[in-house]
Design a protein around this ligand. Structure first.
Ligand code: ZN
Length: 263
C-alpha cells in the first residue's frame, strides 16, 4: 500500500506503453485495486479519448441495465435446478422402492427389499445434488455465496422430504417399525456427506451403496434372514452413527467450497 508505483510507470501504463513489461503491469494493476490515490493519479494521466470511451461505455451499460429484461427471480432458478438434477433420480428411487414393495408381496418369505434398500435409498439423490457431472450450471452454482455445505444440505433435505414418505408407504407392508427404516437411512445419508468431504459425495455415496449391497443385502437375500443390523435393537447405534457423521461433516464444512473437491 505504501509502495506507490513510480509516476513515470503509471503514465506509461495509462498510455498503454507496449514497452512496459508484464510484471510491472501486474504490480500496477494489483496496487490500483487497493489505492484510491493512485487511481486518481492514473485518471490524470489517462488521455482524453480514453475518458470519452469510458464515458460512452458507462452510459451504454447504464442504458442496458435500465432497458434490459428484469433479472430472473431466484425461485425460478432453484426450481429449474431441482427439475434438471434431482427429479429424475428421485423418480427412479421411488420406482425402485415401489418395485421392492411389490416383490415383498410376491416373495413374503424373503427379507423385505424395502427394509434392505431403505438405508441407501436417498444416496442417488444426494450424490447428484452437488455434482459437477450432472448439473450443467455446477460452476456457476459453486461460485455463489450460498454454495457449499449449506446448499448440499438443502438439496439433501429435498431428497429426504421425497424419499422418507415413499419409504413410509412402501415400508408399511414390511411390518418393521418406522425407526428401523429411518435411522439407517439418515445414518447413510450423513455418512455419505461426511465421507464426501474426503473423497467427494458422488464416490462416497456409490462406495457406501456398493458396500451395503455386498456386505448386507446379498447375504440376507441368500440366507433369507433379516440382518442383525436392521433389527429394532439397532436403531440407537444408527442414530449415534448419524450424529457422529454430522459432527465430522460440520468440522470439515469448508471442503465443499472447493471446485477441486472431486464431487
Ligand atoms: Zn498508490
Amino acid at each position: 500500500m505504501n509502495l506507490h508505483p513510480d509516476v513515470a510507470v503509471l503514465a506509461r501504463y495509462a498510455d498503454g506503453d507496449p514497452g512496459l513489461d508484464e510484471a510491472s503491469v501486474w504490480s500496477v494493476e494489483s496496487h490500483l485495486e487497493s489505492c484510491a490515490d493512485c487511481r486518481a493519479r492514473l485518471a490524470e494521466h489517462t488521455p482524453d479519448d480514453v475518458h470519452e470511451l469510458l464515458a460512452l461505455v458507462s452510459a451504454g451499460v447504464d442504458r442496458g441495465i435500465a432497458t434490459g429484461p428484469a433479472p430472473t427471480p431466484r425461485r425460478r432458478v432453484s426450481r429449474r435446478r431441482f427439475e434438471v438434477t434431482l427429479a429424475p433420480w428421485l423418480t427412479m428411487t421411488a420406482a425402485v422402492l415401489g418395485c421392492a414393495a411389490l416383490l415383498h408381496g410376491l416373495y413374503p418369505d424373503l427379507p423385505s427389499l424395502v427394509l434392505l434398500l431403505a438405508p441407501v435409498a436417498p444416496l442417488p439423490g444426494v450424490a447428484v445434488s452437488w455434482n459437477r457431472r450432472t448439473d450443467p450450471a455446477w460452476e456457476v452454482v459453486a461460485g455463489t455465496p450460498r454454495a457449499g455445505l449449506g446448499m448440499l444440505l438443502r438439496c439433501t433435505a429435498v431428497v429426504l422430504a421425497v424419499v422418507i414418505p415413499v419409504l413410509a408407504v412402501a415400508g408399511a407392508r414390511t411390518g418393521a417399525p418406522m425407526a428401523v427404516l429411518l435411522t439407517p437411512c439418515l445414518a447413510f445419508t450423513a455418512a455419505s456427506i461426511a465421507l464426501g468431504t474426503v473423497i467427494g459425495v458422488r464416490r462416497a455415496a456409490a462406495g457406501l451403496a456398493a458396500m451395503w449391497a455386498v456386505a448386507v443385502v446379498a447375504p440376507s437375500l441368500a440366507t433369507a434372514q433379516v440382518p442383525a443390523l436392521l433389527q429394532p435393537g439397532g436403531t440407537a447405534a444408527w442414530a449415534v452413527a448419524a450424529v457422529a457423521a454430522a459432527g465430522f461433516t460440520v468440522a470439515r464444512a469448508d471442503r465443499f467450497r472447493r471446485l477441486t473437491s472431486g464431487n
